[in-house]
Design a protein around this ligand. Structure first.
Ligand code: GAR
Length: 202
């Protein structure tokens, strides 16, 4: 798993694994931010942890960093890369090394509100319903094939913080279910459509 922030989605997935709801194990938790909460949560669970500096760019990994991430993940023999608040766009060699095996969670109902602070974008736009999306990662930003979505109402007195916290709660339900489905082989990709085995959808 890769994350840059507090790691609440990592905790939700790690708890679901511990509860036997997700047939997987966490091979490596890595971050581009040395002080990220996700690394602290992983250390507390005695999971392998690596801080890998991102290099000279603000929104992506530089070439050396990309190589370092790819080798760390290959050495850990990961089958699936779960992005949980990893705030760098993945490109070129990284995507090629793990094609079709990277998933991400985004705090809106994509394709609405890609990019940063999606909950704030939703509030500013005035939508009445938003939510979260788990999707495969491709070369675009927040636009790979959609695995699952969960809706969240926008309330009249919402602030960016209250709305983000409601979306976070939905993420913690949706993400473990999607990772479990992939681990069980319950989803298949047909072009842009991700199809769930009958009776297994979210
Ligand atoms: C989550 O809300 C996730 O959707 C968002 O970062 C947060 C990470 O929270 N990701 C993005 O905006 C990616 N474009 P967490 O560190 O508590 O899991």
């Amino acid at each position: 798993m890769l994350g840059s922030g507090k790691g609440s989605n990592f905790v939700a997935i790690a708890d679901a694994i511990a509860a036997g709801k997700v047939p997987a194990e966490v091979a490596l938790v890595s971050s581009d931010v040395e002080s990220a909460g996700i690394l602290e949560h992983a250390r507390k669970r005695n999971l392998p942890v690596r801080f890998i500096p991102p290099g000279k760019f603000r929104t992506k990994l530089d070439e050396d960093a990309e190589r370092a991430y790819v080798s760390a993940l290959q050495e850990a023999k990961v089958d699936l890369i779960v992005l949980a608040g990893f705030m760098r766009v993945l490109k070129g060699d990284f995507l090629r090394a793990f094609e079709g095996r990277i998933v991400n969670i985004h705090p809106s109902l994509l394709p609405s509100f890609p990019g940063l602070e999606a909950w704030k974008q939703a509030l500013d736009h005035g939508v009445k319903v938003t939510g979260c999306t788990v999707h495969f990662v491709d070369a675009g930003v927040d636009c790979g094939a959609i695995i699952g979505q969960q809706t969240v109402p926008v309330l009249d007195d919402d602030t960016p913080e209250t709305l983000h916290s409601r979306i976070h709660a939905a993420e913690h339900e949706l993400y473990p279910k999607c990772v479990a489905a992939i681990a069980r082989g319950d989803v298949s990709v047909r072009g842009r459509r991700v199809v769930w085995k009958i009776g297994c959808g979210v």
